[in-house]
Structures are given as C-alpha cells and as structure tokens.
Design a protein. Sequence first.
Length: 726
Amino acid sequence: MSSTIKHRRVRVLLPLSVGDVYDYRAPASLDIEIGHFVTVPLGRRELTGVVWEEAEDSDLAEDRMKDIVAVLPCPKLPDESRDFVDWVANYTMQRRGRVLRMTMSVPDALFPRAPRIGYRFTGESPSKLTPARSRVLEIVMAGAVHTASDLASLAGVSVSVVKGLAAKAVLEVVDLPAENPIAKPDWGHVGVELSDDQSAAASRMRPSVVKPDFEISLLEGVTGSGKTEVYFEAIADCLEQGRQALVLLPEIALSAQWLKRFAARFGVPPVEWHSDLGQSERRRNWRAVIEGRADVVVGARSALFLPFTNLGLIVVDEEHEASFKQDEGVPYNARDMAVVRGKIGNFPVILASATPSLESLVNAQNEKYTHVKLPSRYGGASLPDIEIVDLKEHRPGVQSWISEPLRLAIETTLGAGEQVMLFLNRRGYAPLTLCDCCGHRLQCPHCSAWLVEHRLMGRLQCHHCGYTTRLPKSCPECDAEESFKACGPGIERLTEEAERLFPDRKIAMMASDTVTSPQAAATFVAAMERGDIEILIGTQIVAKGYHFPNLTLVGVIDADLGLAGGDLRASERTYQLLSQVAGRAGRETRQGKVFLQSYLPQHPVIEAIARQQGDAFFALEAAGRESAAMPPFGRLAAVILSSANAESVASFARNLARRAPIAENLSILGPAPAPLSMIRGRHRHRFLIKCARDVNIQTVIKKWLQGERVPNDIRLQIDIDPYNFM
Ligand code: ADP
Ligand code: ZN
C-alpha cells in the first residue's frame, strides 16, 4: 500500500509586532496540542510562539513547510487567553502578534529555571576572621540557607567573600528549590465587621462570584465609604471557590496602604504585577499565574494579559482613571477589556469608584451593569465642607498662589495639630520660562511644547519626550544675559511659597517624579501617618486612595486647571479628580474642609463639586454628550499619522482624506495637524472618526485603509475609543 503521508499542520502565532500566524508541521513525536508554547524556525532564527489552531486547510507546498522544533516545558496557554488575544487584536485593529507579546511578556519564564544553589554554615570556624567574613557568619549562623548573591547583599559584602568561605569549608553548598514559593492568601483569615450598607453591597455581588456568572457591578461609593472592604469580600468568596482573582489599580507602585490592608485581611501579600518588579520576580509571578499558584494578583493594566488558568473575578478599582487607557503600542482601555475578559471567562467584574466614568454610569442606568451604591462614609464620618475661593475677589499677591482665606485656614488647621494637603496638578517649578527682554519662550527642540523648569534638578524638561537641558546663560534669541523669568506655578514653586509662609512647619512635596517606587511611596505614607509631614504638597498622585485620619484641610490651588482644552472629557475628569482630592479631607472623626481656588466660581463643574451634586453634574454632562452623539452615545476612533518628514505626512494625510468614506451616520474630522503637532521630532496629523453606536467602526476603518500603501517613513496608528486628543 502506498500513499503520501499528509503530516499534521498547525498555525503558530509569534509574538512579533509585524506578524500573525505561520503554518508549521507538527511532528508526531512532539505530541503537539493547541496552546503549547513551542520553538519554531523563522528564516534563520528560532522563535518562541504559541500553537494557535489546526491548519488542515494550509495550502503551503510541502517542501516549504518546516517542523516545529520543540515544545517548551510550560503549561499550555489557556483557551481563554487565546480568545482574549484574538478579541483584543480584532477590536483594537492591531496585529495579533503584538497582543500576544503582551501575554508572553516574560520569555524566560517558558524555559526551565537553572537549579539554584544555596550556602549553609558547616560549623567550621575560619582561620582568619575579617569584618566582612564575620558579617556573613552572623547571618549563616542563624541557620537559614541563602544563594551566594542574596547572602552577599544581606551581609553587604562581595560574592567573593562568600565563595572564599566556601573554599575554606566554612560554608557548604546545598540545592534550593527553583523558585521562592508563593504564599497562599487565606479567605477566612480575619474578616472585618461590615456595616449594614457594606454587607448589603457585598451580598448583592456574592451570587455571581459564587456561581460564577458574568455580571458587571458598578460599585459606587463616596470616598471613605469602604469600597475596598466590600470588594475584599468578593475576593474572599472567589478564593473560597478555589479560583484566581485579579485587582487592577491605577498606580500600583504607590499602593503601599492598599497592600497593607490586603495582607491584614488575607494574612499574606498578593502577587504583584507592574513595571517596578525585578526580572526574577516577573518570571516567578508569571509562572505562578499560568500554573494556577497565584491566587490573587494585583497589578497595573498589563496584568490583564497574564495567562490566568482559573480566573474567577476581576476588580477594577478607580475605574474612571484615564491611566487605564494605554495610548502607546497596542492602544487599549484596561477597564473595557476587563469586561471583555469577564465575558470570555464567564465570571463577574467589579468596577469600583467614588466618581464613576460617564460610560459606566450610563451602562448602570441602562441596567447593563448592576449598580451597587455605598451612600455614606464608614463610621459616620461626614463628607467635607467645600468652599469656593473666588480668586477675582481674593487675588494672591505677585508670584503667590495661596489666597488669604486659604492661608488663614492652613494656619488654623496646623494650630489644631492637624494636617494640610495642597493640591496642584503641575510638576516642576514653572510650566513656562521666557526671556524678560524679548519674550522668547524656551521650547523643546523635538516637540511642539514648552520646557518645564525643574529647579531641584537644576534643569528644564520636556514632559512629552523627556528631553532635558540646563537653563541657558543668555537668551538664544536676543542674547540678553540672565533674562529668564519663570511663569506660573508648579509644585516646587508652591512649596517655596508655603515654606515662606510657614517657615517652622514640616513641609513635603510629592509628585510622580519624586516618589517613583513602592518603597518611596511607603516611606512617604509612614511619614504622613506619624505626623512627620504637616503640609503635604502634591500633584494628582496624592489624590488617589490614601487614607490619612489626621488630614483635615485640602487646598486646591487651581481648580480651573483641567477645564481648558478641547478634550471631550475635560469637565468629567476635572470633576473626578477634584472630588477625589476633596475626599482626602476629614476621613475619620474630625470634620474635613476643602478650599477650591477658582477664577470661574460659576462654572458648572466647580459648582457641582462645591455642592457635592454628582448626580446633577453627570446628568448635565450626559445630556451634552448625547446631543453631540459623543461617547458613550456614539463611537470614536482616531487615526494618527506621524513622520519625521513634515511634507510627506501632510501629503499622505490629504491623500487619505480624499478617499474617506461618506455615510449618513458617520463623520470624519480632519486631517488636521495634531494639537501637539510634533512629538520626538515626528510631525503628526490626526483624523477623528465619529459614528453611531450601531456602526462597526472597525469595518469602516478597514475598508477605508484597505489597499492603501503606507509609505515607509510614515507611521499610521489607529486608536479605538481614544482618551487622548493631543
Ligand atoms: P473608599 O475606598 O471607599 O474610599 P476605604 O475602603 O478606603 O474607602 O475605607 C475607608 C476607611 O474606613 C479605611 O481606613 C478602612 O479601613 C475603614 N473601614 C471601612 N469599612 C470598614 C469596616 N467595615 N470595618 C473597619 N474599618 C472599615
Ligand atoms: Zn520634547
């Protein structure tokens, strides 16, 4: 009997930004299954990818087919993860390979870890005892086993000291397990006693967690109402079912207080996932997730792409935060994609916020989401009194930004032994530096943006590309010497003013560029809790989630700051941010007070915050969006073209505009130079596509761009549901 053997063929998805799936032969000897991580030849390289699907229909000639080389010793990528990658790629209109790359973010974790060896004390004393050697001895005599590098860093000596002691038979080598183990959170560790409101909220969310079932709950509770305690109960329910839970936080690196509370509730810390992790921690945590050993992961938006095997709940805390939207790489909104992930895995998703996004509120109103409310602060603390300071009436002096009423309130608060927070959402010393003689403004050479002075660093910095330079001695335009003048305040300058007004007080400043790591954040939190800070001055990072019982006064230096600009969500964001800031005041028994300094006291946003009328504000905002058919009542997408060559990008944009689709329920704005018309030396043009909710915006864009060859020097980026309009 003779027949040609048709070998089994499969499609392998490679985590490449340009690539999609490639067909390979699956040798019978390898026993290949869908989801296996495999190495395959591509050109002259060998790459790692995932077996995505069967390829019976592959029509590639047999002699062009190559064999899969090996199956890696790692659990398979779960079906849910594959579906999620496909879904996200399709929705965001990105190559699947780019999305898979977010899931395969730790390529090392796929390979077996080299066995580790540790060092143990033999009981033998060294003949010669140096100070370095005695520090090592002190540690090993306690009995524990450490790797050479851990031991060296614990003792503050070089690795050669450890190796030297081993050579002298003072230390001996022992095998260590490949990874440090992951601690198991205990759902029954200690529960707090929930208030009636809180337990009512927890019980409403329980059934879908226990079953589990796809349900989205919008957990809306005023600041200090105890939302965290309530969703901890949902996590406990999820753990009791033996499933994994994921919590997304907007600023994970700054979540020291949150981590402490988690450990208090569940006995051990959660598994973390964010950009501050070291390589070996990333490896360990990724592996623990795919092996189902990581029970609770808390992370930044990228944690959503981890290969969970048994996910049963996602919580998105501060769901309104714009930082859940990624603009670079694959543009996606982690809050929206969390909902998709829940749908794919058929488990519940909890969106928590004191000031939910308009999108989520509308979904709650339409009963797509279950609206769970916590109407009052825990323990009977009342919401702060909010007062508007009309800056036209109470103008601060020259080069000053603290008005007289605010200054008096600070004095009174400090006098009572309480803490003050001053909020200004601007890093650095001054947002603009100009020449006093000719008016020349210092601009970034690579971006259409002003340079921001950071006086503490002694430099000017571009907040768009990171370019920094020294303040020039003379004006590049008119040669005047030492003629530069700082315009407007950043928090460094505000700190100077506070130090002038309150010279004997302990003042600290906090911004994303001064508090950059979890340790730095924890140090700051501890100082605040001990009362080592009396006046805290900060940008938006101090607005988020912190609970300081003795903080009773919040001063918002420029409440109007976020209102300008053509951003669709400018009002909404200002409302959310200022409500969050205000929510830091008076969180326990003492009454909190908030001063909003504004030149626009009658602005609907400022009034709504002052009167604490969130519902009325959102009704107004929703009506405005609806009449303009803007999200969530319509769909938006942006197409951004950029190139180092200004002419070529402009001409390509005109070319695309000529072929733009025309339809009744669709409008295309642009092309227009982007408000930030140059970033990192690239000239930018934007289109904005707006259409009705029932139009498939991806199809519209696909048809439009089909057959259009994008010149090599031009980058075309599609951003579905854009949050950034610059
Ligand atoms: P939110 O996130 O809604 O602003 P938090 O969850 O931070 O509120 O809670 C505010 C404070 O009240 C925290 O210090 C928290 O520990 C405390 N708290 C809330 N609920 C309880 C409870 N049931 N028992 C004890 N303390 C609680
Ligand atoms: Zn720049």
